[in-house]
Write a protein that binds this ligand. Structure first.
Ligand SMILES: [Zn+2]
Length: 65
């Protein structure tokens, strides 16, 4: 597979667990870590930390209404 931007993707560190974010082809950007923080995070942290946090915030918001 040919890299999109001329050079091979370089892994960046997850802003939650600090490990390099898993690279999928030319996609090395991981996931949006919001609302945990405003960086990027790996797939593992996305599904175990970020998504539960988003659901929790949603439930809390609904309970306030
Ligand atoms: Zn992580």
């Amino acid at each position: 597979m040919k890299p999109l931007f001329g050079k091979p993707p370089k892994p960046i560190d997850c802003s939650i667990c600090g490990r390099p974010i898993d690279v999928h082809g030319a996609w090395n950007d991981g996931h949006n870590a919001w609302p945990v923080n405003d960086g990027r995070c790996c797939t593992n942290c996305n599904s175990t930390v970020v998504i539960p946090r988003r659901i929790m915030d949603l439930v809390r918001k609904e309970n306030l209404q």
